[in-house]
Design a protein around this ligand. Structure first.
Ligand code: A2R
Length: 315
């Protein structure tokens, strides 16, 4: 690879970090291009590296417009919108940014749970609106202490969530494909059975065809009228229509949601519900963590261009 090469920037939120590569790469912006076809006609053959994220990804069609593409650097741990099969077939390397974001996502998870249980957003509005008076106190709420949390996907982030919830004096159980015998938490091989057993169901596994709507209507019904759903992974993992319907009918107790099926669109019905807390896909969105993700993504790109081993390789 030559010293000065061509990189296609697919996702806008990688912009600040990718600037650090401007002395090594000519950076072409796909995300903002008025005529993407014309851009690809013009520079497609020159592109050796794509910088993207898990949401904007890199499709097979895009890879086919980039015949000399060698590597896709993903800014994020999830890479659901990158066609991994196509990358594998074409010998294109893919990297992601695991671990550096686990603490931030776990922290927001606990924050959302406390917000939902203690109705922090509503309490804040109550105070701001001047409704707190000597004769008017805010209604009593619920708490996490002593409750059972079921983690769907006890991976890097799931383990950080579990550790924090133990600190909140919750009982933690989990479901995934594998019984992790070294972990202290009780394993449920059946998701519906776990949903029946918990007060809180926390979704933190990758969004891929194998996990689509894994939190189905029947899982949500098993979670039940007193159960709360927390999704900090991907909207695709939950049957969103069923979730809205069950929240409306009272057959699902509440939901704390950082991710949605069609981001940034959020179903209007959710916005008027009191038993829901909403967050704009902000799990990793702290200065420290986004900086760490950018540094790791860039370190992978430089490792590739310099011929060193990739640091966090997916394929
Ligand atoms: O099943 P295992 O033992 O491979 O556990 C993984 C689990 N998992 C699944 N469980 C059931 N059915 C599936 N089809 C399935 N696919 C994966 O999800 C593992 O325990 C967990 C994922 O953990 P990690 O690979 O360590 O991912 P990390 O860093 O915790 O991030 C999870 C996701 C990302 O892919 C983004 O979508 C989001 O969180 O930020």
């Amino acid at each position: 690879m030559s010293k000065f090469d061509h990189l296609l920037l697919v996702s806008q939120n990688f912009e600040n970090q990718i600037q650090l590569l401007s002395d090594r790469f000519k950076i072409h912006r796909y995300y903002g291009a008025d005529d993407k076809n014309a851009l690809l006609d013009d520079i497609g053959e020159k592109i050796r590296v794509v910088g993207t994220n898990g949401h904007d990804g890199c499709s097979r069609e895009l890879m086919e417009r980039l015949p000399n593409l060698e590597m896709i650097g993903c800014y994020g741990v999830g890479y659901d919108a990158i066609d991994i099969e196509a990358a594998r077939e074409k010998g294109i390397r893919v990297t992601n940014t695991p671990d550096v974001l686990s603490d931030a996502v776990a922290e927001l998870t606990v924050g959302l749970m406390i917000s939902l249980a203690r109705q922090i957003p509503q309490s804040d509005q109550f105070v701001r609106a001047g409704e707190w008076t000597p004769s008017n106190s805010y209604a009593l709420t619920s708490e996490l202490t002593g409750k059972t949390a079921g983690i769907l996907g006890l991976g890097r982030i799931g383990k950080e969530v579990a550790r924090r919830l133990q600190g909140m004096k919750m009982r933690v159980i989990y479901h995934g494909r594998t019984h992790q015998k070294d972990e202290p938490y009780v394993y449920y091989s059946d998701l519906t059975e776990m949903a029946t057993a918990v007060d809180w169901l926390i979704v933190i596994m990758p969004g891929d065809p194998g996990t689509e709507k894994i939190v189905s209507k029947s899982v949500l019904k098993a979670l039940g009228a007193k159960g709360n759903l927390v999704n900090v992974a991907r909207g695709s993992l939950v049957d969103e229509d069923a979730m809205v319907e069950l929240l409306q009918s009272g057959d699902l107790g509440g939901a704390a949601l950082d991710v949605f099926a069609k981001e940034p669109t959020v179903p209007d019905a959710l916005k008027s519900m009191n038993n829901v807390v909403l967050s704009p896909h902000a799990g990793s969105a702290t200065v420290k963590t986004r900086t760490g993700m950018g540094e790791l993504a860039i370190a992978n790109i430089l490792a590739h261009t310099d011929g060193r081993p990739l640091i966090t390789q997916v394929v």
